[in-house]
Write a protein that binds this ligand. Structure first.
Ligand code: ADP
Ligand code: ADP
Ligand code: MG
Length: 451
């Protein structure tokens, strides 16, 4: 087993990984910014090293400082969490040069899946259905117009380097394309340093369904069921995630799982990864992208499979074989996660910062919390607004929904605004309770049209 691991992240995910390290007898090293001195991840770790001032570029994204902290700490491996350096091949390469293991896939797999154009190419080569669209990046708006005419409107312009729901723009007609192109390419350039665009058919009323895959260094790979993540905000960011997708026919689950494994194997994948799909109302599925890291919503998979994905990441990195075979993986019960964010639902979900004066988190049977927050902690403006993930498990979806409603009722945060009141309303909406929704649910809900 690994002896010492540095966690190159902050927030709830750093706490999650540090706990797993302690449970497995692995020494943990936290890194933190000056603004995160009082964060829980710093207190939980065996050691902690400050990597710079408050902004991400000064600290968590400061490559030289993170590498130096790794060397000073003597860690033999680095867990990147999600975001930050988790999907940057150059980070894994730099660690390798220092003789430090990257807890994640091989560099080549990160590169193959790093941009949406080459990821789609890999999926096509692995005989996995993809959303119809351009073959690779589209150089000009004139070219985009041609592709759109061919596949038919509405289409989406999508940043090749995009992620986290940014750099995506819907175009309903040729007249809209010119403006959309200018805005989207500028946004992509500013956010990702690349203005390259794909054109993709806009799939009407789809579900977002993703498959968790896991591979070891010995050529074994399994899929651990799916997660349904259609409840997304107006920027296509996930808010509620569940496992399984209750209505998914077993036959389709198997086909999607096998397609995901095929795609992952085709790029030499190892460790934890997620293949994202859109699923239409006839259960046709289309590859969207692959996230080459641990996903924010991984706990719902853990709850229904009984697997600890972070244990598996640490163990397979140290060379152990996967502890399970496909035939032995069963999904038991139902799990739902909601993302608790520091955003004001009464004010266009604008970020809320300041000191948390009161924090009463829900408890009880079937309730799991992942968070770095507590009463007295100050939420700074520098980072992602995620405060906590509330995860419930129930015997079936109806049971999980009741537990979630009760837990949200119990959750009290004082001092800053959170999206908890919004989540309470959303999770009390009859159509959501019945499981009748798609990726268009939240816009409808906000317009008061969800019943
Ligand atoms: P996932 O696909 O795992 O659900 P999201 O779509 O929520 O992840 O987020 C996508 C990306 O947004 C992450 O990979 C990361 O770049 C960024 N992100 C989200 N939450 C955080 C966070 N708490 N800290 C840093 N980055 C984050
Ligand atoms: P990101 O890298 O930002 O996560 P994705 O390609 O995974 O980008 O898309 C994010 C979300 O945007 C999807 O979950 C879905 O809701 C929506 N979306 C993406 N592509 C399409 C499409 N072709 N048609 C309809 N919705 C889409
Ligand atoms: Mg995605």
């Amino acid at each position: 087993m690994l002896k010492k691991v540095l966690i190159a992240n902050r927030g709830e995910i750093a706490c999650r990984v540090i706990r797993a390290c302690r449970e497995l007898g692995v020494k943990s090293v936290a890194i933190y910014s000056e603004a995160d001195r009082e964060s829980l991840h710093v207190k939980l770790a065996d050691e902690a090293i400050c990597v710079g001032a408050g902004t991400n570029t000064d600290s968590y994204l400061n490559l030289a400082n993170v590498l130096m902290a790794t060397q000073i700490s003597g860690a033999e491996a680095v867990h990147p969490g999600y975001g930050y350096f988790s999907e940057r091949a150059n980070f894994a390469v730099a660690l390798e040069a220092l003789g430090v293991k990257f807890i994640g896939p091989p560099t080549g797999a990160i590169e193959s899946m790093g941009d949406k154009a080459s990821a789609k190419k890999a999926a096509i080569a692995a005989k996995c259905p993809v959303v119809p669209g351009s073959d690779g990046p589209v150089p000009t708006d004139v070219e985009a117009l041609k592709v759109s005419e061919k596949i038919g409107y509405p289409v989406l312009l999508k940043a090749v380097a995009g992620g986290g729901g940014r750099g995506i723009r819907r175009v309903n007609s040729p007249e809209e394309l010119g403006d959309a192109w200018r805005i989207a390419t500028a946004e992509a350039q500013a956010s990702f340093g690349s203005g390259e665009m794909l054109v993709e058919k806009f799939v009407e009323n789809p579900r977002h369904v993703e498959i968790q895959v896991f591979g070891d260094q010995h050529g074994n790979m399994v899929y651990l069921g799916e997660r349904e993540c259609s409840i997304q905000n107006l920027r296509h960011q996930k808010i509620v995630e569940e496992a399984p997708y209750a209505q998914l026919p077993e036959r389709v689950r198997k086909k999607m799982g096998e397609a995901a494994v095929r795609v992952a194997k085709s790029v030499g994948y190892q460790n934890a990864g997620t293949v994202e799909f859109l699923v239409d109302d006839k259960f046709n599925f289309y590859f969207l992208e692959m996230n080459t890291r641990l996903q924010v919503e991984h706990p719902v998979t853990e709850e229904v499979t009984g697997c600890d994905l972070v244990y598996m990441m640490l163990r397979t990195t140290s060379g152990e074989k996967l502890p399970l075979k496909q035939a032995n993986i069963e999904l038991k019960g139902h799990s739902i996660e909601v993302r608790i964010t520091a955003q004001d639902p009464d004010n266009d979900f604008s970020p809320s910062t300041g000191t948390i004066t009161g924090w009463r988190a829900p408890m009880g049977r079937g309730v799991r919390m992942e968070s770095h927050c507590y009463a007295g902690f100050t939420v700074s403006p520098f980072y992602d607004p995620l405060l906590a993930k509330l995860i419930v498990w129930g015997e079936d979806r109806a049971d999980a929904v009741r537990k979630l409603q009760a837990a949200l009722h119990e959750f009290e945060v004082e001092g800053i605004s959170t999206n908890i009141p919004f989540l309470r309303r959303l999770c009390a909406t009859p159509s959501w309770v019945k499981g009748e929704f798609d990726t268009g649910f939240v816009p409808k809900f906000l317009d008061g049209e969800a019943t």
